[in-house]
Ligand binder design. Structure first.
Ligand code: HPA
Ligand code: ZN
Length: 375
């Protein structure tokens, strides 16, 4: 746990969260109560679904991305009505606001709902209602990103992209761009060239999960073949120094998710992530929660875990938060507001050291200090 004075600084930083799957904000207790209300049968052959507590305990023993995804897709089967989607998203926005988030670019998985017979209009109605409330009641600006599931055939992804409701949301500006998520290793970016080409022709922003489990080649191919301007995760970038230099020059933003990488066993400890290396080399990155209900940490928990592991300075945090703002997909006027808010926090903390006598040696370790209840 980080020291209280440092915690106050990290909390105060005006944050942009750019890597959060709304379906990944579904906590076991809510999952169970929605299952009951919507009459959805949970798997009987898996003891993890015996109670919310058992499910929470299972989440602390994920063995890989695919092991997590199994529970992630089962979990969202309880989301049926627009009100379910609205309360899921608004719960996340409320937590994000407490953590100092001022701008959130949130993912959702259209195919994971339409494949269960849920009309896309229900999903969009719920998520957009939550976004309106987040703006009005919490002062959080938001963008919505439709992710395509790379474990499904590319033709399914194309058909989903062409869905009337999605096209209307792209044209109307309610959905800012597309992403690519789900199981990574066996599903390279090259499979989705046509999808991303069509999105590019519509002028949509493009991002893709890459370099979470798969090697740096997936990062390069996401840039070259899919035309992405952002990379989700990208933790394996240092394997390719030339690509890293290119990413520095292009100012491509990586959306890192430190606790996620530990819980899904990409690394054993947050301190093994190349965060110091990225700062020193000038790689732009933001710090995010990914699936907070499954990984036991919201965005501020991730900021704290990074601080504990690396003992960063206020200048380092200024660099991180500035990069997150500049790499956002919002209008320039909104970026200017966020930059002014960052300048105000930095002025308040100028000259103060963040390192205490105890240092920051208690970083997040897989399955040990990473409690699913977060802070
Ligand atoms: N990686 C890939 N797909 C996902 C993730 C993730 O971390 N979370 C939800 N879908
Ligand atoms: Zn993700």
């Amino acid at each position: 746990m980080c020291k209280s004075s440092v915690h106050a600084f990290l909390q105060a930083l005006p944050k942009c969260e750019q890597h959060i799957h709304l379906e990944g904000a579904l906590h076991p207790k809510v999952l169970f109560s929605l299952a009951q209300r919507n009459n959805i049968a949970l798997p009987k052959d898996d003891p993890a679904f015996g109670s919310p507590e058992a499910l929470l305990a299972r989440y602390q023993r994920f063995t890989s991305l695919d092991d997590f995804l199994h529970y992630y897709y089962l979990g969202m089967s309880v989301l049926i009505n627009a009100a379910d989607f609205e309360s899921l998203a608004f719960d996340y926005f409320e937590h994000a606001q407490r953590d100092g988030v001022q701008h959130a670019e949130v993912f959702f998985d259209p195919q994971a709902h339409t494949s269960r017979g849920i009309d896309l209009s229900v999903v969009l109605q719920g998520f957009n209602a939550a976004r309106d409330r987040a703006h009005r009641e919490l002062g959080i600006s938001t963008e919505l990103i439709a992710c395509f599931l790379r474990h499904l055939p590319p033709a399914d992804c194309l058909a989903s992209f062409e869905h009337d409701q999605l096209q209307a949301s792209f044209m109307g500006g309610q959905i800012a761009g597309i992403g690519l998520d789900s199981s990574e290793k066996d599903f390279p970016p090259s499979l989705f060239e046509e999808l991303f080409h069509r999105a590019g022709k519509l002028g949509l922003k493009r991002t893709a999960h890459a370099g979470e489990e798969a090697p740096a080649d997936f990062i390069r191919d996401s840039l070259d073949l899919l035309g992405t301007t952002r990379i989700d995760h990208g933790r394996r970038l240092p394997e390719d120094p030339a690509l890293m230099q290119r990413i520095v020059e292009q100012k491509t933003l990586l959306t890192l998710c430190p606790i996620s990488n530990v819980v899904l066993r990409g690394v054993e400890h947050v301190s093994q992530l190349p965060i110091r290396q990225f700062i020193d080399a000038g790689v732009r990155f933001s710090i995010n929660s990914d699936d907070p209900a499954y990984f036991g940490g919201y965005i501020l928990d991730n900021y704290c875990a990074v601080q504990e592991a690396f003992g960063l300075s206020t200048k380092d945090w200024d660099w991180i938060c500035r990069g997150a703002i500049e790499g956002s997909w919002c209008r320039q006027e909104r970026k200017d507001e966020l930059l002014r808010a960052l300048d105000a926090v930095m002025a308040e903390w100028e000259g103060k050291s963040l390192v205490t006598s105890n240092g920051f040696t208690n970083g997040v370790t897989n399955g040990v200090t990473n409690g699913v209840n977060g802070h």
